[in-house]
Design a binder for this molecule. Structure first.
Ligand SMILES: [Zn+2]
Length: 631
């Protein structure tokens, strides 16, 4: 596919009315300068989905979705970016210069995508039309796979020849070098030339969450053939740790239910979808990875693991649970009866039988770990019982949200029959020893901090949960984003990047500094996703929301603060003061802990106490706003 010129994209954008486009999917009502409606990306009863026509952005305050009109159509239609541009161009009557041949400057990556799409079509046509695929079709029919599912998942068949794909590709001028880079053919060892990687196999295309073919899984038809599965090698476009099989087909359902069902095999996903359970996805032959959970977290709040009840299955489930919890999602687990996999179970018991089994056997991770331990006889000794308690608490300690963590402590207390006070004490011990070792690993030089106080501020700032945004940070970023250069000058002249919380907040401030250096602020770059999804979501939230810092701040400190729109400079100064106060208070808390520990060890604390006095003086100066230089 030829690349769409940037000026065409801009023309499509300027001729497209975001309210008109969104209205095709959402019933919108005008409210102030925004339009509001029920969010198409999550289930809700009261509207939290906003469209701002002046800024040409949308934002949902329920699920966090947000961006420009291109993002909206990408998400709602599950299309790739070029496809969305084409769709909107058609709507707005903008012509896109098309070339049939891939243009000469088309990057190698695009050529690889083209080759993968070509191969997917080739395999699909074989399975649906070729006489040689008769056995494969019979095999699928015998296993209950419908022709609708074949089409829906784009399944295919690789002919039992050494060069069927290679020859077909040559006819269509697809370069063998690119086919090799796409993982479709393998160079011959002793002779020149290549041979097809997949022969006499049913093909499962692995597509990205926006529907691009990335690679293939190939399953034998002949039971004599080994191995049972051949998967694409890692290529420039395919990293198996970044992809979930079936996510493209499952994403709307996952978003609606806020829940993803994680299984192991391609055929499990297909059988479940075919039975009408369409929030199922699978890892492609790997243990669950952080990237995969991050991908799921864009659609789901909960992940349900369907696992084998054998030892390896339980161990894998425990690892997956810790990972899911640490990424801020809820984890549940269901064990299938011995000898069953999701494919066989749902084929036998159909949708309703499967759903009621899931409801009956679904366990939150605390009960899951406990019941597995009971089954394994680990709760029979006091040592074993203590070990399980610690294991459960270790998993709880992974949960980033303190309130959620607290409710799991209560739940564990009931499940284990141990007072929650006791559990909390063990939990505190665990996190204290973890933050001690984390502090040892800190290297201050790398972060460029200079004074001792700043070093301590770096420690406490980085101890904070990455990615959380303080209210005063929202105000500062909003001011810089909306008011541009003079406010960036004021704010970043009086704060440093390390004052901002690590993660999207600090990254966004960093981009604003760079824009300042180049002389202009480009809001579009933030909301279009040029700096990643986290910043896209944050910036659309900032631009859509009316941030009223004064209410909370007055309550907090009894200091009158001007409203954001009344006086941007005053609002910025107050927000900077609060940010610096938050940071210095964190530093003071760390210092307090340190003094206590040194004192306990019977060592001299006078030096530390002197530093503490300096910190308190600094706090006073900040509260009196003496740090601000007007620029
Ligand atoms: Zn939403």
């Amino acid at each position: 596919m030829a690349k769409i010129p940037q000026e065409t994209i801009e023309e499509v954008r300027s001729r497209t009315d975001i309210v008109g486009v969104v209205s095709d999917y959402v019933q919108l009502k005008k409210r102030g300068s925004n339009f509001v409606g029920l969010c198409p990306f999550h289930k809700e009863k009261t509207p939290s989905f906003n469209v701002n026509p002046a800024r040409e952005i949308y934002k949902c305050f329920g699920c966090g979705a947000g961006g420009d009109v291109f993002n909206f159509v990408t998400e709602v239609e599950s299309l790739s970016f070029p496809e969305v541009v084409r769709l909107l161009a058609g709507r707005a009557g903008v012509a896109i210069p098309e070339k049939d041949e891939p243009s000469e400057d088309a990057s190698e990556t695009e050529a690889v995508y083209h080759a993968l799409r070509f191969a997917a079509n080739h395999f699909f046509n074989n399975l649906t039309h070729s006489h040689a695929a008769k056995d494969a079709r019979n095999y699928l029919t015998a296993r209950g796979v419908s022709s609708e599912s074949v089409k829906y998942f784009g399944m295919g068949f690789a002919l039992n020849k050494w060069d069927a794909l290679l020859k077909e590709a040559e006819k269509s001028h697809v370069d063998p070098g690119i086919l090799e880079k796409a993982g479709l053919i393998i160079p011959r060892k002793e002779k020149v030339g290549h041979y097809d990687r997949y022969r006499n196999r049913i093909i499962f295309p692995i597509v990205s969450h926006v529907g691009k073919v990335l690679g293939f899984g190939g399953r034998t038809v002949d039971p004599e053939d080994e191995p049972k599965y051949i998967n694409s090698p890692e290529t420039t476009v395919y990293r198996k740790s970044n992809v979930l099989y079936g996510l493209y087909q499952a994403r709307q359902e996952i978003r609606g239910r806020e829940e993803a069902l994680l299984v192991e095999g391609y055929t499990d996903v297909i059988a479940l979808h075919q039975a009408g359970i369409s929030n199922a996805v699978a890892t492609c032959g790997t243990a669950l990875t952080e990237e995969q959970v991050r991908l799921l977290s864009r659609y789901a709040k909960r992940i349900v693991l369907l696992y084998d009840a054998d030892l390896a299955g339980v161990r894998a489930a425990v690892r997956a649970i810790d990972l899911i919890l640490s990424m801020g999602l809820a984890a549940y687990a269901v064990a299938l009866p011995d000898g069953e996999d999701p494919d066989s179970y749902v084929t036998k018991h159909r949708r309703d039988g499967f759903a009621s089994f899931m409801n009956e056997h679904r366990e939150d991770f605390v009960h899951f770990m406990l019941s597995r331990a009971r089954l394994a006889g680990k709760m029979d000794t006091p040592e074993g019982e203590a070990g399980i308690q610690r294991a459960i608490l270790r998993s709880i300690s992974k949960i980033p949200d303190l309130l959620v963590r607290e409710s799991y402590v209560k739940l564990a207390s009931e499940a284990l029959g141990v007072p929650d006070m006791e559990l909390r004490a063990v939990l505190n011990d665990m996190s204290a020893s973890r933050s001690r070792s984390a502090r040892k690993q800190q290297t201050f030089q790398k972060k460029g901090a200079t004074t001792k106080q700043e070093q301590q501020a770096v420690v406490s700032a980085s101890r904070k949960t990455r990615g959380r945004v303080l209210p005063e940070e929202k105000t500062l970023l909003k001011l810089m984003l909306e008011q541009g250069l003079p406010l960036i000058e004021l704010i970043l002249g009086n704060t440093s990047l390390s004052d901002f919380t690590e993660g999207p907040t600090r990254d966004m401030a960093d981009h604003l500094v760079r824009m300042h250096e180049q002389g202009s602020v480009d809001q579009k770059a933030f909301v279009s996703g040029e700096y990643g999804d986290d910043i896209r979501k944050l910036s659309t939230e900032l631009l859509t929301a009316d941030i009223e810092p004064s209410v909370n701040w007055e309550r907090r400190r009894n200091i009158p603060v001007p409203k954001l729109n009344d006086d941007a400079y005053e609002a910025a100064k107050s927000a900077m003061m609060f940010l610096k106060l938050d940071r210095i208070e964190e530093t003071i808390a760390v210092q307090k802990e340190k003094i206590y520990r040194v004192e306990q060890a019977g060592e001299d604390v006078r030096g530390l106490q002197k530093e503490m006095i300096e910190l308190h003086e600094m706090r006073k100066m900040i509260a009196e706003r003496k740090f601000i230089r007007d620029v």
